[in-house]
Design a protein around this ligand. Structure first.
Ligand SMILES: [Zn+2]
Length: 193
């Protein structure tokens, strides 16, 4: 009985992509079935581990909240690359909505590094055979890829006004799910010695 329940739980967990499609048909297409319109554009299917389902979901909620009536948005790809989520998107958006979407995507990509791609637990970046992966301690292979003092440091674009953006150094804070700007960026190897 326990075993049967366990298998069922696995089946449900592995179906997170169809759950996303059911919850967010605007982003991932309507569920297939009679009357389901065939789309000219292939639907985006996330190509990453189920551990990042929550990261993707959180990003979608932020984007949905940012979009205004009449604007268009689509995911072009959602995939894992070098241990981080990489999201490509397109659309016709106002400057304000575009800034909000960019911020949501930057936060999701930064958060993914802190979340095990296998199980969704708290993770960090590991390197094994020159391949980077975000893993928890239980699923880790290889060695930590980033020195502790450099973990979660990002160069990220911040919208100043309209569509004008500048690059700033920031530390991603997992608990608040936000970037904390670093003023002395020179300490992190980008400035003059
Ligand atoms: Zn894990």
């Amino acid at each position: 009985m326990w075993r049967a329940r366990c298998v069922m739980a696995e089946a449900v967990r592995s179906d997170w992509k169809s759950q996303l499609r059911d919850i967010l048909p605007d982003f991932f297409g309507p569920p297939p079935g009679p009357g389901g319109a065939s789309s000219a554009r292939p639907l985006c299917v996330p190509e990453c581990g189920e551990g990042w389902a929550g990261v993707v979901d959180r990003c979608c909620v932020r984007i949905a909240a940012a979009l205004q009536f009449g604007e268009s948005f689509r995911f072009e790809s959602i995939r894992a690359h070098q241990g981080a989520l990489r999201i490509r998107w397109g659309g016709r958006l106002s400057a304000a909505s575009e800034a909000a979407v960019r911020a949501a995507v930057d936060l999701a990509e930064a958060r993914s590094i802190c979340v095990c791609e296998r199980c969704g637990g708290r993770g960090r970046l590991y390197r094994a055979d020159d391949v980077l992966a975000a893993r928890c301690a239980d699923h880790a292979e290889g060695v930590p890829a980033v020195r502790p003092e450099m973990e979660n440091i990002h160069l990220t674009q911040v919208t100043v006004r309209g569509r004008l953006r500048v690059v700033v150094a920031a530390r991603y804070d997992y608990d608040s799910d936000s970037f904390v700007r670093i003023d002395d960026a020179a300490r992190f190897g980008r400035g003059e010695a």
